[in-house]
Design a protein around this ligand. Structure first.
Ligand code: SAM
Length: 252
């Protein structure tokens, strides 16, 4: 097993394309009125940089933070290809620091669930609070325990001409944890090379979320069920499976 998102990173945009439209729609709905006032922002756990670049395209001075070297490399390549300014930084969402306080932090596509321990939610909330200016916003989405039950179970596979990806998932209801063992069979001339990695997730209920964010210097403004955003592109995401949140750091 490797650290996650080493091999998967290369195929990430292709494999998870059906999540992009719904996440864009959720961001537009929740942040639509806030974005015109945003000058600096950070996309935390930025993956291949798609959201960071969408915000940079609007003229926002963007930071993009991720733990995976492969993801950061792809984000830098996409920024160079699109000729957009993007500060890509290595960072752990539990401890990252930015060179300046920003107006907005985004953390999309259940990246916040990707921490090893339940207690890490508080560490992330504190690190985000430190990186935001007073009154700044934190936009994020998370998988809920019903989401783990519904779609972190069984085996799914995807095939493209250059890779076959087999994802075997499971969850532990009592611990509110889920995992996905990913086998990638990557075409290399006449051979197929097999690579493995595991993604682990942990989830929290809305009460826990509210308490932790409040204690870390935020008001949790609102949560939206994500299902309506997914209805068209990915109807598998049912009601109660995923929530989109907006939190605001208290003014000084
Ligand atoms: C499901 S992907 C989401 C990527 C991106 N936010 C998007 O919307 O496509 C999860 C991302 O979280 C990153 N990640 C996982 N644990 C992390 C951590 N502790 N700190 C920073 N990034 C992390 C992974 O490298 C990966 O890029």
């Amino acid at each position: 097993m490797n650290r996650p998102y080493r091999w998967l990173a290369q195929y990430y945009d292709e494999l998870f394309a059906s999540f992009r439209g719904p996440m864009d729609a959720a961001r537009e709905r929740v942040l639509g009125a806030i974005l015109p006032g945003v000058e600096t922002a950070c996309d935390l756990a930025c993956g291949t940089g798609t959201t960071a670049l969408a915000l940079a395209r609007r003229g926002i001075d963007m930071y993009a933070v991720d733990l995976s070297p492969s993801m950061r490399r792809l984000a830098r390549e996409k920024a160079a290809r699109d000729r957009l300014p993007l500060h890509v930084l290595r960072g752990d969402m539990r401890s990252f620091r930015l060179p300046e306080a920003v107006d907005l932090i985004t953390c999309e596509f259940d990246a916040l669930n990707h921490v090893p321990r339940r207690a890490d939610l508080r560490r992330v909330a504190k690190a985000v609070a430190r990186a935001l200016r007073p009154g700044g916003h934190f936009f994020f989405d998370v998988n809920n325990s019903l989401g783990f039950e519904r779609y972190w179970t069984g085996t799914v596979w995807f095939e493209t001409p250059h890779v076959v990806v087999v994802m075997r998932s499971g969850h532990n209801r009592k611990a509110d944890r889920a995992w996905c063992d990913i086998d990638l069979f990557i075409r290399d001339g006449r051979c197929w090379r097999r690579r493995r990695e595991r993604v682990d997730e942990v989830c929290w209920d809305s009460g826990e979320m509210r308490r932790v964010f409040q204690e870390s210097g935020f008001e949790l403004l609102r949560g939206w069920d994500a299902a309506p955003f997914f209805k068209k592109d990915n109807p598998m995401i049912g009601l109660g499976c995923r929530t989109v949140y907006l939190a605001r750091k208290k003014a000084a």
